[in-house]
Write a protein that binds this ligand. Structure first.
Ligand code: SF4
Length: 177
């Protein structure tokens, strides 16, 4: 019998109450197609980087910020608390990506939550401190967990839930793995 395709999935999309506000973001189509119709072909591995690094539920909101301090002459991207800018979870999110890939070396694909500072894939707001001290959005980027995954393993297939809008889109993603 052929092995099931292992797909890592942001846990909030499966209905787990792991978001910063203690809520979930269950994606009914993903659950219906992959877990109900294709359960003999697919195994989901849920993950939540922010819970895994010990931020807890509920937790302070975080955001991706272009830092004005430079390292090796390069601008730095950090993940900081929205209210408390001293909360910096950049390194823990990077290390968790390493740990996750070590624990699951056979995972080739991820379904991730859009816009998240940890899980987003090219849809996450990127902020910069303005002269008045507030933060303004300057661009979009990926969440730090996803950025780190791709640095370690560029060949990973990563898709956001916002692109899985039909059964056909889900099946096409599965075929591409
Ligand atoms: S988007 Fe990612 S970090 Fe945020 S709750 Fe969902 S799984 Fe956790």
């Amino acid at each position: 019998m052929k092995d099931k395709a292992k797909i890592a999935v942001s846990a909030c999309l499966l209905g787990q109450r792991v978001r910063y506000d203690g809520k979930e973001k269950k994606h009914k189509l993903i659950v219906e197609v992959f877990l109900n119709q294709l359960s003999d072909k697919v195994e989901f591995i849920p993950f939540c980087p922010e819970v895994a690094i010990g931020l807890g539920i509920p937790r302070p909101k975080i955001q991706v910020v272009k830092s004005d301090t430079k390292k090796n002459n390069k601008e730095q991207i950090r993940v900081l608390g929205v209210e408390n800018h001293r909360l910096d979870v950049t390194e823990p999110l990077i290390s968790y990506a390493e740990t996750f890939l070590q624990q699951h070396p056979d995972i080739k694909a991820f379904i991730v939550k859009s816009k998240s500072p940890s899980c987003g894939f090219l849809s996450t707001p990127l902020f910069e401190a303005s002269l008045e001290g507030s933060y303004k959005q300057i661009d979009f980027t990926s969440g730090m967990f996803v950025q780190s995954l791709l640095k370690l393993k560029p060949e990973l297939q990563i898709i956001e839930e916002s692109q899985l809008t039909s059964e056909y889109a889900c099946l096409s993603f599965l075929k591409s793995i």
